[in-house]
Design a protein around this ligand. Structure first.
Ligand SMILES: [Zn+2]
Length: 151
């Protein structure tokens, strides 16, 4: 396991659509292990593969609700709304106000290719949606109603 370098805006890799994962091998596992090291070291709430320069539909979320590895995630349903502050490890020292669903149901494969269903709400739902947007080349700043400088 190793920390990887986090790609920052405006690197064009952050605006590309990622490819589906169809091979669940040791290479994928080492990517996931490295992403865990990287997000923990950066004290982030999540990290998507394009942020470490890998254009695959892989992301991780790390919140008080747990640590999640999402491969080929798909949003199945959503309800409610929340508006709040959001940041991104690829957009250092900035925060923005983004409206997201309050609750989401997401289907995703795990590192072995098994399909899982996740029902999450609140901040974890926000983190899921933020990371899944990265897989479609969407950085939250394009959805934020305002951007402010922060720590
Ligand atoms: Zn981000």
């Amino acid at each position: 396991m190793a920390k990887r370098i986090i790609v920052k805006v405006p690197d064009p890799i952050l605006y590309k659509r990622c490819r589906e994962v169809d091979v669940f091998d040791a290479r994928l596992h080492s990517l996931l292990d490295d992403m865990k090291d990287t997000v923990k070291a950066a004290n982030g709430a999540g990290l998507a593969a394009p942020q470490v320069a890998v254009l695959k539909r892989v992301c991780v979320v790390d919140t008080e609700d747990g640590y999640f590895e999402l491969i080929n995630p798909v949003l199945k349903s959503q309800s409610g709304e929340q508006t709040g502050a959001e940041g991104c490890l690829s957009v250092p020292k900035k925060y923005g106000t983004v409206t997201r669903p309050m609750k989401v149901t997401v289907l995703a494969q795990d590192r072995n290719g098994d399909m899982k269903k996740y029902k999450v709400h609140g901040f974890t739902a926000r983190a899921f949606m933020h990371e899944m947007d990265h897989l479609d080349g969407i950085v939250y700043t394009s959805k934020a109603t305002d951007i402010t400088d922060g720590e």
